[in-house]
Design a protein around this ligand. Structure first.
Ligand SMILES: [Ca+2]
Ligand SMILES: [Ca+2]
Ligand SMILES: [Ca+2]
Length: 314
C-alpha cells in the first residue's frame, strides 16, 4: 500500500529529464537514420535516372551511326545550305568530340521529271507523284541525286499542281535554307529526290545536344542532360581487311569522304545531378580524354562499338 502512495506523486524532475534525454536520443537516431536513408534513396534515384538517360542517348546516337551514309554512300555531298562539301559522317576530335552525319529517308523517294539548269530555283517532279502527299513541306531539307552527283538543300516552296519543289535562297520561318540555288550539275529524268535526315551530336554546357541540320541555321536542342563528355574513336580500315585492327582505332578528325571509316567506338559519361559529398570520382581514361578525379557526383560510363554498315566497303 505504501508503494502506491509514493507512485501517486508522479515523475520527479530527474526522472523527467532522463526520460526526455532518452527520447531525444531515440528520436535523433531515427531522424538521422531517415536522413541517411532518404539521401541514399535520392542518390539511387539519381544514378538510375542517369543510367536511363545515358542508355537513351547511346541508343539514339548508335541508331543514327548505323544509318549514316544510307542512300548517300560515304562520299561528299554539295551542301547548298553552307555552300560547302559535306561527308556522310564526320568525327571531330574536340574533346568532347562531335559527330555529324546524314542519310536519306528512303520512303520519301520522288522522281525528277524534267531537265533543269544547275542554277534553277525549282526541281520539277513527276506530277503523278506530287511532294505534299509524301509529307514534304517548306523548311524540309532534301537531297537530289543522279547516282553520280548529290546536292543537299532546303525547300522554300512547294507547288503540288505542277509538282515543283522550290529551293530558292528565301527564308522559311525566318530560317535561311540555301545560301545559293546552284546545284552541282543539271539534274533531269533519272534523278531522284529524298528527304534528308541530318544530325550533329555534341556536348554543350554539360548536356548532350542534337543539332537537326548540323551547321545549318536551325538551333541545337538538348537531347540528354548531365552528360559529362562524348568520345568518338574512328575505326579506320587502313590495311583494307574490312576489320578494325587494334592499331586502327584513331582519335582525331576523320570523315567518310576522305577516310575508310568502318566503325565508331562511342563513349558517353554521365554525372548524377545531385552532390554526394561521401563519394568521389576516380580519374578515368576514355579514348584520348582523361575524366577528372575528385568530383562529388556519381559517374557512369557507357562504351559501344558501332559498325558503320552503310559506309563499310561493300
Ligand atoms: Ca577525343
Ligand atoms: Ca544548326
Ligand atoms: Ca583493318
Amino acid at each position: 500500500m505504501r508503494g502506491l502512495v509514493i507512485n501517486d506523486q508522479g515523475f520527479s524532475l530527474v526522472e523527467l529529464l532522463v526520460t526526455m534525454g532518452v527520447l531525444a536520443f531515440v528520436i535523433g537516431g531515427v531522424y538521422s537514420t531517415s536522413i541517411v536513408q532518404s539521401k541514399n534513396v535520392k542518390v539511387t534515384n539519381d544514378v538510375g535516372k542517369v543510367q536511363q538517360n545515358i542508355r537513351m542517348a547511346t541508343g539514339m546516337v548508335e541508331r543514327d551511326l548505323r544509318f549514316a551514309g544510307y542512300g548517300v554512300g560515304d562520299g561528299n555531298i554539295k551542301n547548298s545550305m553552307t555552300n560547302a562539301m559535306m561527308p556522310a559522317l564526320k568525327i571531330t576530335n574536340s574533346n568532347p568530340d562531335r559527330i555529324d552525319l546524314v542519310y536519306i529517308d528512303v520512303g520519301s523517294k520522288l522522281t525528277v521529271d524534267k531537265q533543269m539548269p544547275n542554277t534553277s530555283a525549282v526541281i520539277k517532279i513527276d506530277p503523278a507523284d506530287p511532294p505534299t502527299p509524301k509529307g514534304y513541306k517548306p523548311g524540309d531539307v532534301i537531297i537530289i541525286t543522279d547516282g553520280e552527283h548529290m546536292d543537299l538543300m532546303g525547300i522554300t516552296s512547294i507547288n503540288d499542281t505542277d509538282a515543283h519543289i522550290g529551293h530558292n535562297t528565301g527564308k522559311v520561318d525566318g530560317v535561311t535554307l540555301n545560301t545559293n540555288k546552284n546545284l552541282s550539275t543539271s539534274y533531269g529524268p533519272g534523278a531522284f529526290v529524298f528527304k534528308a535526315y541530318q544530325a550533329s551530336y555534341y556536348i554543350d554546357s554539360g548536356n548532350l545536344v542534337i543539332d537537326p541540320d548540323s551547321s545549318g541555321p536551325k538551333p541545337a536542342e538538348i537531347l540528354v542532360p548531365n552528360i559529362e563528355t562524348l568520345e568518338a574513336l574512328a575505326g579506320v580500315d587502313l590495311n583494307g581487311d574490312n576489320q578494325v585492327d587494334s592499331t586502327e582505332w584513331k582519335s582525331g578528325d576523320y570523315d567518310s569522304g576522305a577516310d575508310d571509316l568502318i566503325a565508331v567506338q562511342l563513349s558517353l559519361s554521365s554525372l548524377s545531378p545531385s552532390l554526394d559529398p561521401d563519394y568521389m570520382t576516380n580519374a578515368v581514361t576514355v579514348g584520348d580524354q582523361t575524366l577528372p578525379a575528385g568530383l562529388n557526383h556519381r559517374r557512369r560510363l557507357y562504351t559501344r562499338t558501332v559498325n558503320l554498315r552503310n559506309l563499310a566497303r561493300r
